[in-house]
Design a protein around this ligand. Structure first.
Ligand SMILES: NC(=O)C1=CN([C@@H]2O[C@H](COP(=O)(O)OP(=O)(O)OC[C@H]3O[C@@H](n4cnc5c(N)ncnc54)[C@H](OP(=O)(O)O)[C@@H]3O)[C@@H](O)[C@H]2O)C=CC1
Ligand SMILES: Nc1nc(=O)c2c([nH]1)NC[C@@H]1CN(c3ccc(C(=O)N[C@@H](CCC(=O)O)C(=O)O)cc3)C=[N+]21
Length: 294
């Protein structure tokens, strides 16, 4: 009988998530009367479904009360802002996350700014995101923090590491680049105007990809032995007509060249969820320290 050995090049995000959620559970076990994490979706956005479903599961595993809130796509900016302000004042609510994307008439940046920094579990309020510049990364955007966590999982020393970040969105690429700098890495950021992404990515020790294009990163774009962190979550239809989630990396081909790689699913996604829950715990500690709750 042949035995299938695990592929040690694959970084198991589910395992990392389990560890983080277990730490959160140790904390929640010691608390009584924890407020709930409120997760808001505006309109019907298929991209956020998996995320919110996994948030509910993660919260349950960590012993954190959770509430999913769906706002009608026609909600006005004023109404949305008012509800957020009420949530800021509601002691039974520990933290708030607003899913992206939102309908075109909603100014999502303004809404994220309305979430009080002490309840901003996603770290997307400009005050929270600004702290990253000061290397204060305790409440950072979840996916960016997940990428750093997964690079650490390889055992590579981040100090002096050459990291190429492909994608510079405000929610992923930019905060990830800042956080990697805070860890001592040398960071190059590529985007759609970069003349040759491959020229940069080929000399990196670690390539982090968040562009939202299935199969974007191929095996000829990395240095042999490099670590590849695949942030992309793209829904495609496979040969049998079934929906399937794939990343931005040609996982099978790149695994033959890489030293480490995060799979999709089972890589960055579960860790993003776990960090959101950990951020809620950080928010709780800060609210206690600020005298908001006891
Ligand atoms: N795993 C997780 O937890 C999460 C996953 N995601 C996934 O990550 C991916 C990216 O998300 P997000 O950052 O929000 O997406 P955005 O669309 O906001 O950003 C994509 C980035 O990729 C850049 N880009 C686009 N085309 C190219 C190209 N040909 N070469 C180089 N750079 C390019 C864009 O540059 P420019 O701005 O210059 O056009 C932009 O900076 C998506 O698949 C999303 O679903 C997102 C959040 C969380
Ligand atoms: N404000 C905001 N912040 C976000 O971080 C954000 C967002 N809006 N909008 C949508 C995207 C997408 N996203 C995902 C996170 C985890 C999984 C996830 O858990 N994925 C599992 C899927 C497993 C399964 O299929 O159940 C995995 O990759 O293994 C998916 C998608 C966060 N996003």
């Amino acid at each position: 009988m042949t035995q299938t050995l695990p592929d040690h090049r694959l970084i198991d995000g589910r395992n990392v998530a389990r560890r983080i959620l277990a730490e959160c559970k140790d904390y929640t076990d010691e608390q009584n009367n924890l407020g709930r994490l409120v997760s808001i979706c505006i309109g019907d956005v298929p991209e956020t479904e998996v995320y919110v479903r996994n948030q509910a599961r993660g919260a349950e595993r960590a012993g954190l009360p959770f509430e999913q809130v769906n706002w009608d796509a026609n909600i006005t900016q004023d109404e949305a802002k008012q509800i957020i302000q009420q949530m800021n004042d509601d002691a039974s609510i520990l933290g708030v996350i607003i899913q992206r994307p939102a309908p075109a008439h909603i100014n999502i940046r303004s809404l994220q700014s309305a979430v009080h920094p002490l309840k901003d579990v996603e770290g997307m309020n400009p005050a929270s995101i600004g702290n990253i510049v000061y290397s204060d990364v305790a409440l950072a955007p979840c996916t960016a923090a997940a990428s750093v966590e997964l690079i650490k999982e390889t055992g590579l020393n981040l100090e002096g590491l050459e990291v190429v970040m492909i994608g510079h969105s405000e929610i992923v690429g930019k905060p990830a680049a800042m956080m990697l700098m805070a860890e001592g890495a040398t960071v190059t950021v590529c985007h759609h105007l970069t003349r040759s992404v491959a020229m940069h990515s080929r000399r990196a020790d670690v390539v982090v990809v968040a562009v939202g294009i299935a199969g974007f990163l191929g095996p000829d774009m990395i240095k042999p032995g490099a670590a590849v962190i695949d942030i992309g979550i793209n829904q495609i239809t496979d040969e049998d007509g079934n929906f399937k989630i794939v990343g931005d990396v040609q996982t099978q081909a790149v695994t033959e060249v890489a030293g480490w790689i995060t799979p999709v699913p089972g890589g960055v996604g579960p860790v993003t969820v776990a960090i959101l829950i950990r951020n809620a715990i950080v928010a709780h500690k800060r609210q206690v320290a600020a005298g908001w709750i006891s």
